[in-house]
Every structure is written in structure tokens, then in C-alpha cells.
Write a protein that binds this ligand. Structure first.
Ligand code: SF4
Length: 452
């Protein structure tokens, strides 16, 4: 399975192919074991079809992201020693009726793909070329999958899509909802009409199991109309954590990136999000060294990061991808050492800011969903609403029936934060709880008697 979004991801695959080629040769010479077939699947297959077949003679299958249903036929084709290829992009493939196999049935978290493709055409991005046009899964199939996961004991799902909040189920036609855009944002495509939108999807999925946490990624800032913010604040099982990928803090760079907003519009959205969802944790993606980025423009990225203060940030140096608009229109003219230096400065600022933000949580009580045990320390590891790790000792704590019981994976626990690093917390587990109970206590200020 491959990714083409950055050069580094593709380089890894080329190295992996070197290794697999040797493995395939060895297996062909040995008398034991089945012959090996090598298949390149996903976005890199889509982007480099010819190059992969020409350069990598050992590859048997090249399958793009929309041709996985064709895999049995493609495998059959390779029986005659031919290379099998299908990189056709589809306008409607969403794999809605394919229920994913859960490799680890004990996992209490799961990912659900709700839409595919992207119509935004940001100038630096390869996704519209490798994933094709935007299309969404019907709400009913998503809700059915969530019901199934809930029955299997899953406690948290993350809704996935390239532009997840642009979701629109057009199989459910409605007259309402013409635009989905937040104020100050525009798109390169025509406004889509009718259908159920992301706010409707959130409303439906969060109703399936009020004790199941809902997250979503990757979002685009343009698709945060009031209704989406409203439903997040109304439903306590939708995590107060939003990904608002800014990409740059400079309006001129954003214009060259064709992101459809200015620095000011982005900051206005952040202010609105914070006023509607108090305590919300924000995350972002930032790119430094995009075509023509001056030091002044980069400084604006730093000041934006200082102003917003993200809990999580994914920071990248720009790497130019063939086929993109930037490849055709601009020059990748920021030297590598400058990109590297800017990346280091972004990272430093981000870590400082995380430190300050996380220190402010000391002494507060967080709702933590316990996900695993750290084999080294034997501590339990969970996540709070901000999606940050929280480590706690294994112990018995006050349970819902007034007795005491040990904490296990899948439990919601109220944890008092006692230590804060840049990307993780440690704390004292106080009592077993549930989403409903925890927020009722929070909302009405109930006093909780805790036996430590
Ligand atoms: S919105 Fe995201 S996926 Fe779509 S083109 Fe822009 S960066 Fe790429």
C-alpha cells in the first residue's frame, strides 16, 4: 500500500521494493513455500504506472486506489507471468458495501472511510490526481458500520476522508443546504446542491452509541459552517478536537497554494470555533518553503502559529510533485537548506507552544479512554479528548456501583493531570466513568467524592 503525497513516502517504497525483489528471487530458487507476487497498490501506483512497470520488472500487480475490487482478476492475470495493471479512477467508487476486516478484534478504536477524493485542487497537492473526484458513502452504510463496531465493543471511531467535512450524501436528495462554506472561504468548484452534509452525518453517527467517541480527519477549514460547530458542541461524544490545516500563515502564499482563504479569514474562523466550542483543541498542517516563499512570508506562518497555539501540528518542508499545478506554474526555488532551517524553526516554536498549553492542564481532570498497556513501563495508556496520550498506573479505582475495580482497556476514566510533556500527559486515575456521567458532572458542577 503506497502513498504519493510526499517524495519521502515514495522513496521508502523504492527501498522496500529492493528488499522484496531479493526475497522474491530467493523464494523462486527455494523448493519450499509459495511463489511470491509483488503488488503495488494505492496512490503511487496511480501516479507512476509506467515507471513502475518499466523500472521494476519484479512487480506483478499495479493497482490504483479505485481498483481494489479488481484484485482477484488481477492476481489471476499474473498466473501467466504477465504484469496486471488497473489504475482507472472512478467517479463513484466508495467501497461502501465492503466491510473492513479488523485484524485486531480487541482494538477499541477504529477508522471508517466516509468519503474519497478531493475537488479542491490546491496547487501543491497530488491527491486530486491520484484519488480522483470527491464522492461520499451513503449515510446508511456508515451508520450500519458504526452499529456493527459498537456491537463489537469499539469505543472510538475516526471518520476519514481527504476532505472529510466536505461530505455530501447525494443519494439522499434534499432541497435545503446550498452551501457548506464557512464565512470568508471560497472554492474552485461550483457549489454543490442538496444531499445530506457533514453536520447531518455527525448528527446521525453520534446518535448510534452515545458512549462511542467520534473524531474525524482530514478536514478543510472552508467546510466548517455553523451547523457543524453546533453539533460538535451539542454532542458530548463528538470530541472537542478539530483539525484546521492552515498550510501557511501568509495570504500571498495561501493564494499561490489556491487554498481559498486568507490569513484573516482563517483567524476569524479560529476565533469563532473557540467561541462556540470552549476548550477546543486545534491541530494543523503547515508547509514551509513553498514556491517563492520569502522570509517575510514564512514569518507570517510563525506568527500565525504563535497566535493560534496548536495542540498538534504536522509540519512539512515542501516537496514538489509532478502533475500538480505548482509543478506546471511555479518554481521550487527555496533552497533545501533554507527549507530545513525554516522547518526547524517551526518545530521549535511548536514544541514551546505545546509545552505552555499542556502545562495549563496540570491539576485538571480529563476524560481518558484507556487504549493499551505500555509493555516497558506496564502503565496504562489512554487518550484524552485532545487526542493526546495520558499515562496512568494500573490500579483499582472507584467504580460506577460504589465499589472498586481495576482499570482495563476500553474503560473511560477520570484522570487528574499531574505531569505534562509536549506531547503526552501523566496523571492519577480518580474513578471509572462514562461520557454521559463525566459531562453531567462537568456541566452541573457536581461534587465528586473520590477515595484515592
Ligand atoms: S484539500 Fe487537501 S487533499 Fe484536497 S487538494 Fe487541498 S491539500 Fe490536497
Amino acid at each position: 500500500m503506497t502513498c504519493a503525497i510526499r517524495e519521502g513516502a515514495e522513496i521508502k517504497i523504492w527501498h522496500r521494493l529492493d528488499h522484496l525483489r531479493g526475497f522474491k528471487r530467493q523464494r523462486a530458487m527455494s523448493k519450499n513455500g509459495y511463489p511470491v507476487k509483488i503488488g503495488i497498490l494505492g496512490c503511487m501506483a496511480e501516479r507512476l504506472k509506467e515507471k513502475l512497470i518499466e523500472k521494476e520488472k519484479s512487480v506483478d500487480i499495479v493497482a490504483g486506489p479505485d481498483s481494489y475490487r479488481d484484485l482477484p482478476r488481477l492476481l489471476a492475470v499474473t498466473e501467466n507471468g504477465q504484469t496486471a495493471v488497473n489504475v482507472l479512477l472512478s467517479l463513484d467508487e466508495t467501497y461502501a458495501d465492503v466491510v473492513p476486516v479488523r485484524l485486531n478484534k480487541n482494538n477499541i478504536t477504529a477508522f471508517i472511510s466516509v468519503m474519497r477524493g478531493c475537488d479542491n485542487m490546491c496547487t501543491y497537492c497530488i491527491v486530486p490526481f491520484t484519488r480522483g473526484k470527491e464522492r461520499s458513502r451513503p449515510v446508511t452504510s456508515i451508520v450500519d458500520e458504526i452499529k456493527l463496531l459498537s456491537d463489537q465493543g469499539v469505543k472510538e471511531v475516526t471518520l476519514l476522508g481527504q476532505n472529510v467535512n466536505s461530505y455530501r450524501d447525494i443519494s439522499q436528495q434534499t432541497e435545503k443546504y446550498e452551501t457548506n462554506l464557512a464565512k470568508g472561504f471560497k472554492t474552485v468548484y461550483k457549489t454543490k446542491k442538496g444531499g445530506l452534509r457533514f453536520a447531518d452525518l455527525l448528527e446521525k453517527v453520534s446518535s448510534v452509541d452515545p458512549e462511542m467517541r467520534i473524531r474525524f480527519t482530514a478536514a478543510h477549514p472552508k467546510d466548517f459552517p455553523d451547523e457543524v460547530l453546533q453539533i460538535i458542541t451539542e454532542r458530548s461524544n463528538i470530541c472537542n478536537q478539530l483539525h484546521l490545516p492552515a498550510q501557511s500563515g501568509s495570504s500571498t502564499v495561501l493564494e499561490r497554494m489556491r487554498r481559498g482563504y486568507t490569513r484573516e479569514a482563517y483567524l476569524e474562523l479560529v476565533a469563532k470555533v473557540r467561541s462556540v466550542i470552549p476548550g477546543v483543541a486545534l491541530s494543523t498542517d503547515m508547509i514551509c518553503g513553498f514556491c517563492g516563499e520569502t522570509e517575510e512570508e514564512f514569518q507570517e506562518t510563525l506568527t500565525l502559529m504563535e497566535t493560534v497555539r496548536y495542540h498538534t501540528a504536522f509540519l512539512f518542508s515542501y516537496s514538489m510533485r509532478e502533475k500538480t499545478t505548482a509543478y506546471r506554474r511555479y518554481k521550487d526555488d527555496v533552497p533545501n537548506d533554507v527549507k530545513k532551517d525554516r522547518h526547524t524553526r517551526m518545530l521549535k516554536l511548536y514544541i514551546q507552544s505545546c509545552h505552555v498549553l499542556n502545562q495549563a492542564e496540570l491539576g485538571k481532570v480529563h476524560l481518558v479512554l484507556i487504549e493499551s498497556i505500555n509493555k516497558k513501563t506496564q502503565q496504562l495508556v489512554g487518550r484524552n479528548e485532545m487526542y493526546l496520550k495520558v499515562n496512568v498506573d494500573q490500579t483499582e479505582i472507584l467504580s460506577e456501583d460504589g465499589g472498586k475495580r481495576a482499570i482495563k482497556i476500553g474503560d473511560y476514566v477520570a484522570v487528574k493531570i499531574t505531569d505534562a510533556k509536549a506531547s503526552a500527559f501523566s496523571g492519577v486515575p480518580l474513578y471509572h466513568t462514562s461520557i454521559k456521567e463525566f459531562y453531567r458532572d462537568k456541566c452541573y458542577g457536581n461534587e465528586i467524592v473520590v477515595q484515592l
